[in-house]
Design a binder for this molecule. Structure first.
Ligand SMILES: [Zn+2]
Length: 454
């Protein structure tokens, strides 16, 4: 069996991965808060951990892996969006969930086995909060329930901070009802205009962190294998999940391995609305960037390194995939290359896996392996294709033939040369012979440059 190594944030080491139960390997990924389109940074963990899911399925068998990714559908950002727009909360969350599933499918990510919504697990959250209060890990105050960080010695272990450092460094919400400023909200009161559920602490709604603790317990148990997410969630979200789950389920160990992906930049700068470099997955798809191309660019950087989305990378990925799709045409996928598997098994080295694919593409005898291996990464599949189909080039070759015929008579070849130059500039190989004109796309082919040439 392939030996898997993963970098565990908890131990700060790359470790050999040994599942708790090889017939039931369990993975949890923190999902989106559903009030708006996913921006491209949001897509990074989804693509990265889709690769992990595919790898686990390959190593342990598809039926032996359970992958959970939640939807946070109760949150103050959603409430604020409803207030701004006058729309019903349910309409906003339903619409956003639909968009999200559509956009992530366009990026070639597989559906997790479970996609729980927080509002469907309120009873489980209330039960967990009740247990925490009963055991002295939480307390009720002024309609709130708060987790007491002083009750859990290991608080801060994941992110490697002490409670004192956190107080000094974090924007702590100071509230008179908190015993320690770092105590965080498990439950908070709702007014008549805010969604709320009855609870022992009054009508209210859950804090964000308790959602993942309750949903992972319900679907994966008190101890499971891997918890993943962006490194922006390490503190406080994941730290708080650990505190809640370990205190509420003292016999369970919660997640054994924690994986965190680094953030995404655009052209070397942090993506932000104020810099004007903020865009969603849908924006890119609507601009005609194929989901497969986006996926390829993401896979070209290791998940623990910051990733830079650049126009140059997009163009290069598009040319590579166009070339590979040309080679793959009509080829039956072969076995996945062991080199590709080994790269992925080494802490998800997707960039290394792509390097192996490049090498396979240069060997005419290895095209079946190229296709089989690429498909394991969610590339070169039928579903991800179609975008590369070249606009009908016959209109351009007919036009070139026609003006060449005319030029034979007039002896003025200037129009022929001009069109030929444009076609070459669009990345076409222009082959003219007595038999006629043939246009063959090269790896630099850019169909947008053909616009307006006829
Ligand atoms: Zn979470």
């Amino acid at each position: 069996m392939t030996e898997l190594k993963l970098h565990n944030t908890l131990t700060r080491q790359k470790e050999v991965f040994t599942p708790i139960d090889a017939s039931n390997v369990r993975l949890y990924l923190c999902g989106p808060t559903v009030y708006d389109r996913a921006h491209i940074g949001n897509a990074r963990p989804v693509i990265v951990f889709d690769i992990l899911y595919r790898l686990l399925c390959r190593v342990y068998g598809e039926k032996a892996v359970t992958y959970v990714r939640n939807f946070t559908d109760v949150d103050d950002k959603i409430n604020a969006r409803a207030a701004e727009t006058g729309r019903e909360i349910r309409d906003i969350t339903e619409e956003t969930v639909g968009w999200y599933l559509e956009d992530m499918a366009a990026l070639g990510t597989l559906s997790p086995n479970h996609m729980p919504r927080a509002t469907e697990y309120i009873a489980e959250m209330i039960a967990m909060i009740g247990k925490l209060i009963e055991d002295g890990h939480a307390y009720a105050a002024e309609g709130h329930a708060l987790f007491s960080v002083d009750s859990y010695d290991a608080y801060g272990k994941l992110s490697g901070r002490s409670v004192e450092d956190m107080i000094a460094g974090a924007r702590v919400e100071v509230a008179p009802y908190k015993k320690n400023p770092m105590d965080f909200v498990l439950w908070k009161p709702s007014d008549a205009d805010t969604p709320g559920w009855d609870s022992p602490w009054g009508r209210g709604r859950p804090g964000w962190h308790i959602e993942c603790s309750a949903m992972s317990k319900a679907l994966l148990g008190d101890t499971f294998d891997i918890h993943a997410g962006g490194n922006d969630l390490m503190f406080p979200h994941h730290e708080n999940e650990i505190a809640q789950s370990c205190c509420a389920n003292p016999k369970g160990g919660f997640a054994k391995v924690w994986l965190h992906n680094e953030m995404l930049q655009v052209e070397g700068k942090k993506m932000s609305k104020s810099l004007g470099n903020f865009f969603t997955v849908r924006d890119l798809l609507d601009q005609g960037v194929a989901g497969e191309v986006i996926r390829f660019v993401f896979l070209s950087t290791h998940y623990r390194k910051p990733m830079d989305w650049t126009e140059a990378k997009r163009a290069e990925a598009e040319a590579t995939l166009r070339k590979w799709r040309g080679l793959a045409n009509g080829v039956t996928p072969g076995d996945v290359s062991p080199l590709v598997i080994n790269a992925l098994a080494d802490d998800l080295n997707t960039a290394g896996a792509l390097t192996h694919l490049h090498a396979l593409s240069k060997d005419a005898g290895q095209i079946e392996t190229l296709v089989g291996s690429a498909q394991m990464l969610g590339l070169l599949t039928d579903e991800m294709g179609g975008w590369d189909e070249v606009a009908d080039l016959s209109a351009f070759s007919d036009k070139l033939s026609e003006i060449r015929q005319e030029a034979m008579v007039t002896k003025d070849f200037s129009r022929v040369d001009a069109l030929k130059t444009e076609l070459i500039a669009a990345g076409l190989d222009v082959r003219m012979s007595k038999a006629g004109v043939e246009l063959v796309p090269t790896s630099k082919f850019d169909p947008s440059k053909l616009e307006g040439l006829l």
